[in-house]
Design a protein around this ligand. Structure first.
Ligand code: ADP
Ligand code: MG
Length: 962
């Protein structure tokens, strides 16, 4: 009550209170400042520097080995020997020694400083008769650095009393390594440099959940008495603690992509915020009191480090001193005493302020402190002084909370989470020693970032053990990276590999086209008798059938001057019919056509019909196609070896359906080319990348040895999925591909056994020569298409688990299941951006508990597999476009590829990689890609239309089989 009655004190307390709305605003400004620091464009002007640390992982407990740490502190050097046992970091063994740094070294030559540090290392190692094997060293260097790698950091500027010459702008890792080499400690390897905040984050990660944020407020309680300390387990045997650093700083695991100053784009990276300088551009002016202004003016760096001067423990005593001076001048305090002593800088220590705010002892401490200054405080004075001290400390805690809330909200947003659950490591005596500070920090953070649940963890010797952890994690990651690279290397194709594939494809194409060589070619180059692409003059109404895709459909397609309209029905083909007799199957098809015509009121007309029949056929004419084998669950008897158009016509006769005029049978690749050709006359290539893969293109008749006639062009259905079945791609096949392949044989799932070749005893037994042991047909397809990519990824993941590189090596029973990793997962997982939680969700569905790093690795595997697929596809296409260009004697070919297939259409990167690689491999061709819409429906009708346009197809009659 006595307090309430004094307006001056009330005013002072009010000025030192930051209301919640203002804290919200401070948080918002901190967020803005952080974004400014992260962005490449604005980084240079940012107050909150957001320095990349190149630390991309937190400990996972598997770290083990001996590590050396050197910590450069304000007045001493500490060397540590840490042994990690790979036991979840439950009981790291720590030994350390502290060396006093002579004053002249801190201000002398840079070389002398680093020589001194290296000598400390040598003495330390001599004292423990350490083994001579390679010793990784982590260097704690608590100054602002421009880091470009974990082991490369240029000092920006000295602080904390250091001013050694010839170090600023130099790589301090290199300086230390050279000095260590001078001491002939060649086995000591400086592998990581970090600042003290990062160390805090790393130690708090020990055991259990990762800690992804760290906060230092006030003095870090680093041990600092020269001599030896040996510690076992996590418990420190409390050596005397003295101040190491008195500022404030924070760091957190940011999404690497947002850290624009670093090149890393996937995963996360720890960012050192250097938030002490927040507000140096005036953004905190509405928070600052006249007392803060005076503290700033009297400091060694006026106008700088404004946030630190509000929050860091160095300044709390000073703020209180200025407040008391002002109140005394207003006659609200110390009436009757001389307060001249309060004009002396630093007479009131932060430590005293912190003692005064204590509930029990506080009043006595206040009296003691004031009397020690020669003041004669009344009971009321002591009470008011305590209030002021509390306000200053509470404000520091609340502002610190605003900063922390900004970090948490930033993490939550950038991870696209609804709720962030995170551990925050906290070091510094303000937090560790003071309940009041801790409580305010916790509760205000909760109010300002309600979407985040942060658990605050006190850190134990953050700098020392943390540095060891950083070093250990670095080693673990480097070793893992080497293993992963070794495993994935065979899947990464060089430009030379791809050029070779292109050459091989070209050779197989020539073989497939040659009359004599066709039988030996793995690429069949089947004539389609489609001799022209649409020219836009096609008109009329057509029927189309689509059999062999996901559904059986009947369509009517109206081709008019400006557009194509379609109506269609999906019909079910019962399994009994799919697997019954051929007659029943084709009868059923005719019934469906009749039903459709009835519904569409088309019974009276005789419409030309195009038939998309997506099973492997040897075509003998535009309307004559011999089925080579059934696939996709069909096995109707009496069809293989028969002309499917003939089977259809026979069924029509049986059903007395006389108004049926089948003019063309096409495969889906050709349909795709034709439907795109209607929109773009340059479309002379068709490409499918769906369940399988295939391509077709317009070849010169004179090159088609398997069909007589030299005039014009004919579309060739390459059936390129079988490319390599003669073994020519075997060195590209990896162990993973072989595993996928073996499983395909077992399940009897190979797409189609090599059918007999034209002229090579065809319709006979098959081409035994080509059925090499080991791999079954469809090799090119197995590297590229949707049916296999997921399986390849699954086998790689299994291998990674086995090598303990993924999911901590835990067995994954569900991952053993064939086809459980679907190709569509690759599309989701590879979507750009930060949606790594989607990766986790997919893996969780597979009962795989993925850490963040696991998700990044799974994504890398998917990317490697899909990139290879796209590049191989590009190599195939390069052979095609180059052949077309040469055929036509052009210096430059401009051509369009019509594409269909869900993999091509849905995968976020496939088309981009394909096109990029194609540009690279076929630089003299300008290739445009056009996605087809309903190629199998529209395309079949257009083939019929083109055929009708010229009355008769221009193709020549086929050679009769021998
Ligand atoms: P089809 O080739 O049988 O005519 P599609 O072109 O629709 O059929 O391809 C289907 C195949 O595409 C599926 O077997 C699957 O492997 C793959 N797939 C399905 N969804 C996706 C997706 N979102 N991303 C990549 N591939 C997919
Ligand atoms: Mg398809």
């Amino acid at each position: 009550p006595a307090l309430m009655s004094c307006p001056q004190v009330q005013r002072a307390l009010l000025a030192l209170t930051v209301p919640l709305e203002m804290l919200q605003a401070v948080k918002g400004r901190m967020l803005q400042a952080m974004r400014k620091g992260l962005s490449r464009q604005t980084h240079a002007q940012a107050n909150v520097r957001m320095l990349p640390t190149y630390i991309c992982s937190t400990p996972d407990g598997s770290e083990k080995g001996d590590l050396l740490v050197v910590e450069l502190c304000q007045s001493h050097v500490r060397t540590l020997w840490v042994t990690l046992l790979g036991d979840g970091n439950q009981s790291p063994q720590v030994m350390y020694k502290i060396f006093d740094t002579p004053e002249d070294i801190m201000k002398g030559k840079g070389e002398a400083l680093f020589d001194f540090i290296a000598q400390c290392v040598r003495q330390f190692l001599a004292g423990i008769s350490s083994p001579q094997h390679r010793l990784p060293l982590g260097f704690v260097f608590p100054f602002s650095c421009r880091q470009t790698r974990l082991d490369k950091a240029e000092l920006i500027s000295w602080s904390k009393g250091f001013s050694c010459s010839d170090v600023e702008g130099k790589d301090v890792v290199q300086l230390l390594q050279s000095a260590i080499n001078k001491q002939e400690l060649y086995h000591v390897d400086v592998v990581a440099l970090m600042n003290d905040t990062v160390g805090t984050m790393m130690t708090c990660s020990m055991g259990g959940e990762p800690c992804e944020v760290a906060l230092v407020v006030g003095e870090q309680r680093a041990p600092r008495v020269p001599g030896w300390w040996v510690l076992g387990g996590l418990r420190w045997c409390s050596p005397p603690l003295l101040p190491a650093d008195t500022g404030t700083n924070s760091c957190f695991m940011a999404e690497a992509q947002q850290v624009e100053m670093a090149e890393e784009t996937s995963g996360r990276m720890c960012v050192n915020t250097e938030w002490g300088c927040f507000g140096d551009d005036g953004t905190l002016s509405d928070v600052l009191t006249p007392y803060d202004q005076r503290v700033d003016q009297e400091s060694s760096s006026p106008g700088e480090r404004r946030f630190e001067k509000l929050v860091g423990s160095l300044y709390l005593g000073e703020i209180v001193r200025h407040a008391l001076t002002a109140l005394a001048a207003e006659k609200a305090l110390f009436i009757g005493s001389s307060v001249a002593v309060l004009r002396t800088k630093d007479v009131l220590k932060t430590q005293q302020v912190l003692e005064i705010i204590d509930n029990e002892e506080g009043m006595a401490k206040a009296r003691g402190a004031l009397e020690a200054l020669g003041l004669r405080p009344s009971e009321r004075d002591c009470c008011r002084v305590q209030q002021i001290c509390r306000a200053v400390v509470s404000r520091a805690a609340a502002l610190c909370a605003a900063g922390l809330a900004a970090i948490l909200s930033h993490m939550c947003q950038s991870r696209e989470l609804e709720r962030l659950v995170v551990n925050v490591g906290v070091d510094g005596e303000l937090y560790q020693g003071h309940t009041r500070f801790r409580e305010i920090l916790q509760s205000v953070t909760g109010l300002l970032a309600p979407e985040c649940t942060a658990t605050l963890l006190p850190s134990v010797d953050g700098t020392g053990q943390g540095a060891a952890m950083v070093t250990a994690v670095t080693l673990r990651l480097a070793a893992q990276r080497r293993e992963v690279d070794r495993l994935l290397a065979p899947l990464r194709l060089s430009r030379t590999d791809l050029e070779r594939v292109q050459v091989l494809m070209r050779r197989e194409m020539e073989l497939g086209l040659g009359r004599e060589s066709n039988a030996n070619a793995s690429v069949r180059m089947l004539p389609t008798y489609v001799c022209g692409t649409p020219d836009g003059t096609e008109r009329g109404e057509f029927l189309a059938l689509d059999l062999g895709g996901t559904n059986f459909r009947v369509l009517v397609v109206r081709v008019a001057q400006d557009d194509i309209r379609m109506a269609s029905e999906i019909y079910v083909i019962p399994t009994a019919i799919m697997q019954g007799t051929g007659e029943a199957l084709f009868d059923h098809i005719i019934e469906c056509i009749m039903d459709f015509q009835l519904k569409q009121d088309l019974m009276e007309q005789v419409l030309p019909l195009g038939f998309t029949f997506s099973f492997p056929c040897q075509q003998l004419g535009l309307d004559k196609a011999v089925l080579l084998t059934w696939t996709k669950g069909f096995s109707a008897s009496g069809c293989v070896g028969q002309d499917v158009v003939h089977l259809l016509r026979e069924a029509a006769q049986r059903k007395k359906h006389l108004g049926l005029k089948v003019v063309a049978v096409v495969n889906d690749t050709v349909g795709t080319m034709m439907s795109c050709g209607y929109d773009d006359p340059k479309c002379e290539i068709g490409l499918i990348v769906g369940t399988g893969t295939n391509a077709c293109y317009m070849e010169e008749m004179q090159n088609v040895g398997t069909v007589e006639g030299e005039q014009g062009r004919m579309c060739i259905n390459m059936e390129w999925g079988a490319f390599g079945d003669n073994g020519c791609l075997d060195d590209i096949f990896t162990d993973f591909d072989r595993l996928v392949d073996e499983k395909t044989i077992n399940a009897g799932k190979q797409r189609w056994a090599r059918a007999p070749g034209w002229g090579g005893g065809w319709l006979g037994g098959g081409c035994a020569r080509l059925r090499l042991p080991g791999l079954c047909p469809g090799r090119f397809e197995k590297l590229i298409s949707g049916m296999y990519l997921g399986e390849i990824v699954r086998h790689i993941l299994l291998a990674l688990v086995k090598k303990q590189l993924l999911f901590r090596g835990k067995p994954c029973p569900k991952l053993q299941t064939r086809d459980i990793f679907q190709t569509k997962f690759l599309s989701t997982i590879e979507i750009d951006g930060l949606a790594l939680r989607q990766v986790r969700a997919i893996l969780q569905d597979l009962e795989l508990q993925a850490s963040f790093e696991d998700s990044v690795l799974v994504r890398e595997v998917c990317q490697t597999v899909s990139l290879r697929a796209a590049q191989l596809c590009a190599a195939g296409l390069a052979a095609v476009v180059e052949k077309m260009r040469e055929n036509r004697g052009l210096a430059r070919l401009t051509v369009t590829v019509g594409v269909d297939g869900t993999l091509y259409k849905m995968h976020p990167r496939f088309s981009q990689h394909l096109q990029q690689m194609l540009r690279d491999l076929a630089p003299n061709c300008t290739v445009t890609f056009l996605q087809s819409e309903d190629g199998s429906g529209k395309g079949a009708a257009l083939v019929a239309a083109v055929a009708c346009r010229g009355a008769e197809p221009r193709g020549q009659p086929p050679l009769s089989p021998q």
